[in-house]
Each structure stands twice: as C-alpha cells, then as structure tokens.
Design a protein around this ligand. Sequence first.
Ligand code: GLU
Length: 332
Amino acid sequence: MPLLANRPCRLGPVGRYAPSPTGKLHLGNARTALLAWLQIRQSQGTFILRMEDLDPARSVSEYALQILEDLRWLGIDWDEGPDVGGPCSPYIQSLRNHLYEQVLSDWVERGLIYPCACSRKDLANLARAPHGPAEEGPPYPGLCRHLSPESWQEKYRKKGQASYRFLAPEGFLTYTDGIYGPFYQDVKAVVGDFVVRRADKVTAYQLAVVVDDALMGVTHVLRGDDLLSSTPRQILLYEALNAPVPRFYHVPLVLGPDGVRLSKRHKGTSLESLRAQGISPEEVTGFLAATAGLLPSPEPISPKDLVSLFSIDKLPRNPFRVTEKDLKLLGL
Ligand code: GLU
C-alpha cells in the first residue's frame, strides 16, 4: 500500500521502546527499555521512542513526560522520538489516527476486517465458556460475521456503534522468537477474530503497534514476554499490510517478591522514587544488568559501559523474581 512507500531507509537495525503512559516507569519497564536500547546500540542501529497513548481513559500526559525524563536520567537516549522528532513523526500514537484509519478502510475494501455490533452482554455470556487464556477471555466465535445483512443492520441499529474485527485464518501460525524459540498459536482457536478498532473508535493496540512498527521500519522488537501471545496476531497484520515482519525477542518479566509481575503496585520501585532516595542511575542499571544475566552481581555501571557486555544468549529464559534482599540493596 502507498502508506508503506514512505518508510525511511536506514542503515542497520531499527529498534524501539514503546511505553504506554499509564503509570510511572518502574524497574520492570526500565529493564525492558534498557535491554532494547542495548541491543540496538551494540549493533549501531537506530533507536526509536514511541509513546503509546491511544487509550484516552488510561493515558496521562504527565506520565509521558515523566517516562522520558526517567529514561534520560537512567542514561538511555533515542535517535527519534516525540521530543526529538525524526523521519516518521509524530512519535505519539494519539496523533497518528489518520494512518490507522487509512489502513482500516483499505482492509474493509479487501474484506479482511468486518464490523461487529456484539454488546458487552453477548460477550459476557461467552465469558462463561471454558476456553482461552484467562487474560484474553474466550475466543470470539464470529457472531457478527455470520449474520445476514438484515440481521446485522438490526443488531447495529440497537447498539449504535460497531468495532472492527480481523478475520483470523484457520490453522497454526509459527514463528521463531529470538529468546523463546519456536512459538505456535492457532489464533482462530485461541482468540478468534480479534478487534482492531474498538466500538468507541479507539484503535486497538494490536493494529496501532503493527502499523507504527511497519511504517517506522522497525526490524527488532524486544519487549516483555507478556506480549508473546499477541505476536501471532501481529504477524497476521504485518502480512495483511505486506510489510516485512520484524525479529521478535520476548524477555521474561521481573516479578516482585510476591511472585506477581512487577508493577506500580510494588511500592518504591518506580524510578522516580528510587531517584528521590538518592539511588544513582548506575546503581539501578547495575541491578537491572544483574537480573538480566549481563553482570554476575549488581555493580554500579552506566548503560553506555554495558553495551559491549550485552548478548541475547545471556538473557534468562525464566522470569526474574526480585527478593526482599534485592530491594534492601536498592534501599527499599
Ligand atoms: N505499549 C505497550 C506497553 O507499554 C508495549 C508495546 C510493545 O512493545 O509492543 O505495554
């Protein structure tokens, strides 16, 4: 599609960190950002910072500013981003809606997506079915896809709005993750036809992330492994765009002492509060590097000095559980 014809031509790999400004940057997100940055800096590629603020109910502009400040404090820089610009501006998703809409109208024409007027109640009823991973809910069985035009019109008239769903093909999709290795998923069986634009017209994460990574020429996607199961869906969208599929690297997450994924619920692990306690960026980086197998023990180091020590092969294949002792080490 002509949209892709405008992609910048760059030498070397292109990576990115794509935070959602829904909270403060904590040790877990900082680790993902650091690893994505190290991978690209080691291969002298281009590093992009993109703000994924599509969900108006959850995105807060103060967090966006704070995330940039915290990353800079840590010693991470970017060649393109919301504040420095670049050939793919804007680097803020809420300003890129026209691009997602262009893709959606092309896909409507090609019959790749269809409108869905299922109500929450229709879907809540489905939630009782015993399939699908807990966090996703059960697969969508294609209710609206199978309605006659008249029945669909009737359903739409009642609801007054519709989402768009991407038609999931039959069969397994396979890809090889740079960390996880071979990964298989039957998208249709696991999630069914999936939403690419919500009924309130907000572009779904799955679509926006693919359109942006494709248009920005991203070749390396290193991110938390909570997004591993989204990747087959995203590969289907790259294929629909006729865009090259990047290499994916899904890093096992950092868990808190309670065994739950580290998040803002774990008090004191935001970069802002670590900084406020007088912890240096080098101490934070050294701690993160040790959790990622790049240092044998947490020694203060700057991200720049860590570049030559980075290797995908060293990254752990299991989640890292932060202990109370680790937190004490950081003064928490
Ligand atoms: N914006 C997403 C998040 O913060 C990450 C998207 C991605 O790396 O693909 O969870």
